[in-house]
Design a protein around this ligand. Structure first.
Ligand code: BG6
Length: 483
């Protein structure tokens, strides 16, 4: 279904995110017939370019980052025709009058994508208002990092609130746009099967792993100030935790869903020091040039920033009291694999012989790659060997089950941008959610800073430092293997 005609201004239009994600995402939706040809996309940045130069840059970006998009030259030109460029200085006067003039003629959705440093959010919002572009038809899209801690997030929220209503602010967490992440809600709230078991009485523990094989790459300067806790846990893993743990919202509408997520974050216990394992990857022996150590990559030989973190937390509410939630994320790990696993308790009593074997039901929800859901079920081993029990997966890999292939795949950014145009905030973070997440994260970070904690080294291609395995072993549990 096509969205209504819109004007989208991308501040930071020449930047990495615009070239990698936003523009290819828009192009893919355009090819799918979802973007009307009278929509307008305006790239805005400080760079001195004209619209032709910008269109050339977009063409190159699509060739590089939209290679999988099957589209003919005519369609590509149709897309490029919608695009123009304005050189704008967020803190100066350049370009603003032209932009305001371009935006006159109301009645269509106007979206302003702030794909720039958060330090500029306030300036952009203030100028949009000054030039009469912050009206009820307009919305702004902001990227993470949304603050560095609670105080800075509050300040950012307060700044944006001076010019825009919460209903106009779309805080992106691209994990919420991932197909399987939304499927989590469908699985939980569209089936009778799981919900009765979805509580501390039946669930032994939950593991959330987001493992990456990439290192910090060229983002060392940002990353070394952030670390895995701020970069991944405070936002992406926290959102996954909310969706797994929240109560059923009364309706699938933005505030009903976000109210329930907020309650989860507010119920999180503080994390004890011995329930945290932090790590930093070593260099790849023999290939230090291509795969340098974390400290080398960020050019900070004494850095204490973590590129890996594992932690255990509890949700102190009626449903989850007593069930630990283990979160883990890291760079340069064994595989790129994001997975949420719910490990159910043992049956209360086994009627089978002790040596028959005993297995727990494990529900694993794979976010990437090979999106899908697997449920481990205990059955009898086929054959004449007597009653021996084995664990077999009831496997539903979406690509196979639904016959979808890569080209049907809707990237998280595409989905989220169309949601912005449609005015659907369900998959965006509300200001109070972000603040609550920082309120939980801050003391954890302050704790290890006060203890002068140094992250433990781990091998590239491993599952993280031994502290992480040890933390699980002390609880009589094991991490799922990262594959
Ligand atoms: C970003 C983080 O938000 O998410 C990156 O800043 C990380 O450090 C990325 O690599 C992971 O996203 P995805 O979609 O590749 O899992």
């Amino acid at each position: 279904i096509p969205v209504d005609p819109f004007d989208l201004v991308i501040f930071g239009g020449t930047g990495d995110l615009a070239r990698r994600k936003i523009l290819p995402g828009l192009f893919r939706r355009f090819c799918a017939g979802q973007v009307p040809s009278d929509a307008r996309i305006v790239g805005a940045a400080r760079t001195d370019l004209d619209s032709d130069g910008y269109r050339q840059m977009v063409r190159e970006a699509l060739a590089e980052f939209g290679r999988d998009i099957a589209c003919d030259e005519g369609t590509l030109n149709g897309f490029l025709d919608m695009i123009q460029y304005l050189a704008i200085d967020a803190r100066g006067e350049t370009g603003w009058a032209e932009l305001a003039e371009l935006m006159v003629g109301k009645g269509r959705v106007e979206a302003f994508y702030f794909s720039v440093s958060p330090a500029l959010f306030g300036d952009l919002a203030e100028r949009l208002q000054h030039w009469g572009m912050a009206d009820e038809d307009s919305r702004i899209v902001v990227e993470k990092p949304f603050g560095h801690d609670l105080a800075s997030a509050k300040e950012l929220n307060a700044t944006l609130a001076r010019y825009f209503d919460e209903k106009q602010i779309y805080r992106i967490d691209h994990y919420l746009g991932k197909e399987t992440v939304q499927n989590l809600m469908a699985v939980r709230f569209g089936n009778m099967l799981f919900e009765p078991l979805w509580n501390a009485q039946y669930v032994d523990h939950v593991q959330i792993t987001v493992a990456e094989t990439v290192g910090v790459g060229g983002r060392g300067e940002y990353y070394d100030k952030a670390g895995a806790m701020r970069d991944m846990v405070q936002n992406h893993l926290m959102q996954l935790l909310c969706l797994i743990a929240m109560e059923p919202p009364a309706r699938f509408d933005p505030d009903a869903v976000r109210d329930e997520k907020l309650k989860v974050i507010r119920s999180l216990d503080p994390v004890l020091p011995h329930h945290i394992a932090r790590g930093q990857y070593d260099a790849m022996p023999g290939n230090e040039a291509e795969m340098p150590s974390y400290r080398e990559a960020v050019d900070h030989p004494r850095s204490r920033t973590e590129s890996f973190i594992a932690l255990k937390t509890h949700i102190s509410n009626w449903r989850w009291a007593g069930t630990p939630f283990y979160l883990r994320t890291g760079k340069r790990m064994a595989a790129r694999s994001s997975e949420i696993t719910v490990i159910f308790k043992d049956t209360p009593h086994s009627i089978f012989a002790e040596d028959a074997g005993r297995h727990r039901n494990v529900l694993s929800i794979r976010l990437q790659p090979n999106e899908g859901i697997t449920l481990g079920v205990t059955i009898k081993e086929p054959g004449p060997g007597g009653m021996r029990l084995i664990d077999v997966p009831l496997d539903m890999t979406f690509a196979e089950a639904l016959g979808v292939d890569g080209s049907d795949h809707v990237d998280a950014y595409e989905r989220l941008i169309t949601d912005v145009i449609r005015g659907n905030q369900t998959l965006f973070m509300r200001g109070d959610e972000v603040e609550a997440a920082w309120a939980w994260t801050d003391p954890i970070i302050e704790g290890w800073e006060a203890r002068h904690d140094v992250p433990k080294p781990y091998d590239i291609g491993s599952d993280g430092p031994t502290d992480s395995t040890e933390m699980m072993r002390r609880d009589g549990r094991e991490w799922r293997k990262v594959t």
